[in-house]
Ligand binder design. Structure first.
Ligand code: PLP
Length: 405
């Protein structure tokens, strides 16, 4: 059962007014709002349970460790990973991609080797690979996309060579909304024994993901885009790879024996979790994922698809709006420009109306370069948004058009 009224009551932040107008929150691609359940779990932890994990024999520390490891199990279950050891807590998708680029690069990449990404990546899946490439004198190659916002994945066959070490692709574009055919990409790469990393930062909250069925080798995401807290995320990797990768950071907890001569490392997943981790964040993240499960990812996908098609129809009826990203397989992200209006001007008018949209390059400057624009307006919709809110945005667009054109 999908009861929008009940769901919206779980998000106190949505009940407020901004500039005297009811808040309309359409910036869910940047970060989602948090349900009461997540805030309560975190608050509870600070008030009653706080203690550092893995280190103490005392009651609170043991309890904290159990909760942390339960959170790991919740994530394992959510992505259907084979084993908890394959789930590593990081600071977020960016942290996970930097970990992979460093550790994978250390182990497997040498001068002249190649890494493949797509033209629609978030900077988080470009820059860590560029840093690796400049360290190792390796080469970054790019799968292009066409003007509807679909990857030209047939080009992958030409891009893969015997020097390709890894393909790292965005699952769902944070700008175009395109849901990429990652199954096909994985199949093509695996045919040549090349591992694949999936950036699931914009898909994990919208659709079911089963890493075993998908057969991806690595997968990353952030909790804060999935109704959880900031500063925590996941790096999933197949155990066979994780065992081979060297640690990314050194410090407490990731070690087995330390002396000044040599250090041996802890088992998975702790080898990749140096220092005091964001254990309270992990508990909050698990609560966010459980919240998603309580609504049901299929219900979420259905509701968000309805909102997306409704918004697209309304935009077309208004006219004078260019939507960037028109793939047939698309999630609830609408990036657009109003003819003759700078996105920042529009964004400021929307703000005065209480509407939160994102304006700018959305950490994906190559997409802006593809379309020859400086920036875009992005409305990214969540299941808690309503058709009335979309109507209100459309009235805002009419107002912007009257003011600026
Ligand atoms: N990948 C994609 C597709 C994103 O949309 C984002 C954030 O917008 C990231 C990676 C980076 O996420 P974070 O900033 O939470 O590390």
């Amino acid at each position: 059962m999908f009861d929008l009224d009940t769901i919206r009551k779980d998000f106190p932040v949505l009940q407020q007014k901004v500039h005297g107008k009811p808040l309309v929150y359409f910036d869910n691609g940047a970060t989602t709002q948090k349900p009461r359940q997540v805030a309560q779990a975190i608050n509870d932890y600070y008030e009653k349970k706080n203690s550092s994990i893995h280190r103490g024999v005392h009651f609170l520390s043991s309890q904290a460790t159990i909760e942390y490891e339960n959170a790991r199990e919740t994530v394992r279950n959510y992505i259907s990973a084979r084993d908890k050891a394959e789930v590593i807590f990081t600071s977020g998708a960016t942290g996970s991609l930097n970990l992979l680029a460093f550790s994978f690069g250390e182990k497997f990449v040498k001068e002249g080797d190649e890494i493949i990404v797509t033209e629609m990546e978030h900077h988080a899946n470009i820059v860590p690979w560029q840093l690796l490439c400049s360290r190792k004198k390796a080469i970054l190659k790019v799968i292009p996309f066409n003007d509807t916002g679909d990857l030209e994945i047939e080009k992958l066959d030409e891009l893969i060579t015997e020097k390709t070490r890894l393909v790292s692709v965005i699952h769902t574009s944070n700008v175009l909304g395109t849901i990429n055919p990652v199954e096909k990409i994985i199949e093509k790469a695996h045919n040549k024994n090349i591992p694949v990393c999936i950036d699931a930062a914009q898909s994990i909250q919208h659709m079911p993901i089963d890493v075993q069925k998908l057969d991806c080798d690595f997968l990353v995401f952030s909790a804060h885009k999935a109704y959880g807290p900031t500063g925590i995320g996941v790096f999933y990797g197949k155990e066979e790879y994780l065992k081979q990768l060297p640690p990314y950071q050194g410090g407490g907890d990731m070690v087995d024996k330390v002396s000044f001569e040599t250090t041996t490392f802890n088992q998975l997943p702790f080898k990749f979790e140096a220092g005091t981790t964001n254990y309270i964040g992990a508990v909050g993240m698990a609560e966010g994922l459980k919240y998603i499960q309580s609504i049901g990812l299929n219900n979420i996908a259905k509701q968000e698809y309805e909102l997306l098609t409704y918004a697209k129809r309304k935009f077309e009826a208004i006219g004078g709006i260019t939507i960037y990203g028109n793939s047939a397989t698309k999630t609830s992200i609408l990036s657009f420009l109003i003819d003759g209006v700078h996105p920042l001007d529009a964004g400021m008018v929307f703000d005065k109306l209480g509407i939160a949209v994102r304006t700018g390059t959305h950490c994906a400057q190559p997409i802006m370069q593809h379309f020859g624009v400086d920036g875009m307006i992005r409305a990214s919709l969540s299941f808690y948004n309503t058709k009335e809110e979309i109507d209100y945005l459309c009235r805002g667009i009419e107002q912007v058009k009257m003011m600026f054109t």
